[in-house]
Design a protein. Structure first.
Length: 510
């Protein structure tokens, strides 16, 4: 074996002195925090808050939707119901800061669990930190403030850690923990299926590796039964199975790579996925890494990430847990090279630490300037990013100032904000709760309307609205401007509000 004892004065050493560790640790923390410090409120947040408000103010569990004016599904199976029950009092008493702090706490917990899983697999601390740094983009992809997915990512990382600990020590307590974990997870977010899938993959991987798989199969069965501890019982699964497999061609986060490419969407996240995948393959080949269970998890999560952009996060989480082990071998081989040892000794710590401090200052400035404990609601579209979230704040003020009410037909991404802000004076169609509320026939007619297709009037005929609030850049806006019976009463660069002409007198009265 080569002598890996490199002097502590070398940046290539795995056991540097206190100050370099502190400085580079600070850089790591600030870089991660800056990526995580997203403040533009996610459209789904308002749906959670609306459910939570309804739950706490009525004192009853809402099995029927009250926010939509179209026909709705019965019962209303809201798989994120517990998220709303948690978020609403937190937002009411601690404001945006409370929600953001919860997001940061869960994100930090997720990173710590990835680190612990990597260490459990024999990785050195530096390798674990470097790999988490490499996959940090998952924080930008999955942690817009604040979605129920933050619970799923935390529980997925916890499941990875417990499964690795069970595999390493043979402990059955960790597998039992996975069973009980499904109870809160299945009520916070439908992503609990990722946890069930992870247990199943470990069972298959251990069987292929010639190790006992029965404990994992038992845990899988019991965890599935534990998911039935929810307000809907078996009906939850009746909703969930078709919801998981349904096509969502109008929602970009559900796009596959080919859909994103054909739609002309930015491909940065896909290129990042390709780069990380190539790194994983090259590192695994170099290290002759043959962990079948890990390969199975990586392969399945990569496939899911290619099928749906939103699932890329699971692949990055798996990489953060598994790849530090072969990376540790690679770093050890680098330290064993005499030329690199000499280069490291000549370089010393002074220059790297100075650069790290400068970068830390830049990251800290960027972090503070974002106001990381707040929530922002852009009122106008970003001219450089057509996918960026914004809200029709001017139109909402107009509706409130003129006491407009009734059935409000609006953009999909605005629906949950409007039902949170305007209910009960206005009911909406359609919104991001989508398949949990709206029948497929209603949704299809809605997409035909919002995209200005040939049958766009059908929605107006079948589900007549009193107000229509849409994007002025959309095709249907041009149609509505020429449509008899509708009058534009408000417009700005981000939204245009139409009112039925027979309601115009009431609007002018205010």
């Amino acid at each position: 074996m080569p002598d890996l004892d490199v002097p502590a004065k070398s940046p290539l050493s795995g056991h540097s002195s206190f100050w370099p560790r502190l400085i580079f640790g600070l850089l790591w923390v600030l870089a991660i925090a800056k990526v995580l410090a997203i403040t533009v409120a996610d459209p789904d947040l308002w749906g959670y808050l609306a459910f939570g408000r309804l739950f706490w103010e009525t004192g009853r569990f809402p099995y029927q939707d009250v926010f939509a004016y179209t026909p709705t599904l019965s019962p209303w199976v809201y798989h994120e119901w517990l998220t709303g029950v948690v978020f609403y009092p937190l937002y009411r008493f601690a404001g945006a800061a409370g929600l953001q702090l919860l997001k940061y706490a869960l994100a930090v917990g997720t990173l710590v669990l990835l680190y612990l899983a990597a260490r459990r697999r024999g990785a050195e601390p530096l390798a674990a930190a470097l790999m988490i740094w490499m996959v940090q983009l998952f924080l930008e992809m999955g942690y817009s403030p604040v979605r129920a997915q933050v619970f799923t990512y935390f529980f997925f990382a916890l499941s990875l850690y417990w499964l690795e600990r069970a595999r390493d020590t043979g402990s059955r307590w960790c597998l039992l923990g996975l069973v009980f974990l499904q109870i809160p997870w299945s009520n916070l977010h439908g992503g609990f299926l990722a946890g069930l899938g992870l247990i199943a993959l470990y069972a298959v991987g251990e069987r292929l590796s010639g190790r006992p798989c029965k404990p994992y199969l038992v845990a899988f069965g019991l965890a599935g039964l534990a998911s039935l501890v929810n307000p809907y019982g078996f009906y939850y699964w009746k909703y969930l199975l078709p919801a998981v497999t349904m096509d969502r061609p109008q929602i970009t986060e559900w796009f596959s790579f080919l859909q994103a490419y054909r739609s002309g969407l930015p491909l940065e996240s896909w290129l990042y996925l390709a780069a990380v995948t190539l790194f994983v393959i090259l590192l695994a080949v170099w290290a002759r890494w043959r962990d079948l269970t890990a390969w199975l998890v990586l392969g399945v999560t990569l496939y899911l990430g290619i099928r749906h952009q939103r699932h890329q996060v699971f692949f990055f989480l798996a990489v953060g847990a598994y790849l530090p082990q072969p990376l540790s071998l690679f770093l050890a081989s680098l330290r064993a090279r005499p030329r690199l040892q000499q280069a490291g000794r000549r370089l010393g710590w002074a220059v790297p630490c100075c650069l790290a401090l400068l970068l830390s200052a830049a990251y800290a400035h960027g972090l503070v300037s974002r106001g990381p404990l707040g929530l922002t609601l852009p009122a106008l579209p970003d001219p450089h990013n057509h996918q960026a979230v914004y809200y029709p704040l001017g139109a909402v003020r107009h509706i409130q100032a003129h006491a407009l009410k009734g059935r409000l037909l609006t953009e999909f991404s605005w629906g949950e904000y409007l039902l949170w802000t305007l209910y009960p004076t206005c009911k909406v169609a359609l919104d991001g709760r989508f398949e949990t509320v709206y029948p497929e026939t209603v949704a299809q007619k809605y997409w035909n309307f919002i995209y200005g297709r040939d049958t766009w009037r059908r929605f107006l005929e079948d589900y007549p609205p009193d107000l229509i609030l849409v994007d002025p850049r959309s095709r249907v806006t041009a149609f509505l401007l020429r449509e008899p019976g509708w009058v534009r009463v408000y417009a700005d660069a981000g939204s245009v509000l139409f009112l039925r002409s027979d309601n115009l007198a009431a609007e002018r009265g205010h």
